[in-house]
Ligand binder design. Structure first.
Ligand code: ATP
Ligand code: MG
Length: 184
């Protein structure tokens, strides 16, 4: 395996520019980009579709782990609004003996919303029409990455009831097996 295989995780609110940065990483980091909307919309015609997004994301994380194990880099373009998800994705990278790099994209809220609205005007087939309630939910749920997450320290402890972040990840994304139970 290449020592430089890296899992790049995009973090940020809707419309902030994550996928645009992730596209750049395809070239600059020679990484395979995994963007859920590019699967949800062609498969189901709907970016949320009845809980299927969690199922799809689990399979994409499973794919990300395989890409890393094959020695290539990957961009997980999920947004990952909460810290637990980000620790879990980092644990997946570490399980593959890969590097982990978080890319936090941030903007003043008015500018972010303007970008989201502009994209709906220019590229409606790649996205969906974000409503005020979608923005409000995102702002309520989003946890900005902490200094611990951004530093080089060890993983945080997994949530109560879970012996590892890999176990928690399999719970959060039901189509992702507990990778610690799989042959490496
Ligand atoms: N640096 C930039 N300057 C101006 N416009 C930008 C920039 N980056 C992205 N955009 C535009 O902003 C819009 C949103 O960008 P993008 O799709 O990358 O956001 P996103 O964070 O991936 O959104 P989502 O969370 O909905 O997937 C797009 O129309 C994109 O072309
Ligand atoms: Mg995007």
């Amino acid at each position: 395996m290449s020592a430089t295989a890296t899992l790049h995780l995009m973090v940020g609110l809707p419309g902030v520019g994550k996928t645009t940065v992730a596209r750049g990483l395809e070239d600059t980091a020679r990484a395979v980009r995994l963007t859920p909307d590019e699967w949800m919309i062609p498969l189901f015609g709907d970016p949320e579709a009845d809980g299927k997004r969690d199922i799809l994301e689990g399979r994409l994380l499973w794919t990300a782990h395989q890409v890393l194990r094959a020695g290539a880099s990957v961009v997980v373009d999920f947004g990952c609004w909460v810290a637990a998800e980000r620790w879990a994705v980092r644990a997946i990278a570490e399980h593959a003996d890969a590097q982990f790099e978080m890319h936090v994209v941030d903007l003043p809220d008015a500018e972010r919303r303007a970008r989201a609205a502009g994209r709906w005007e220019s590229d409606p087939e790649t996205t969906f029409d974000l409503q005020e309630s979608d923005h409000e939910r995102a702002l309520a749920v989003f946890e900005p990455p902490s200094a611990d997450e951004l530093g080089d320290g060890p993983l945080a402890s997994p949530p109560r009831g879970f012996s590892s972040w890999l176990m928690w990840a399999a719970h959060r994304w039901p189509s992702l097996p507990d990778l610690s139970e799989q042959r490496r």
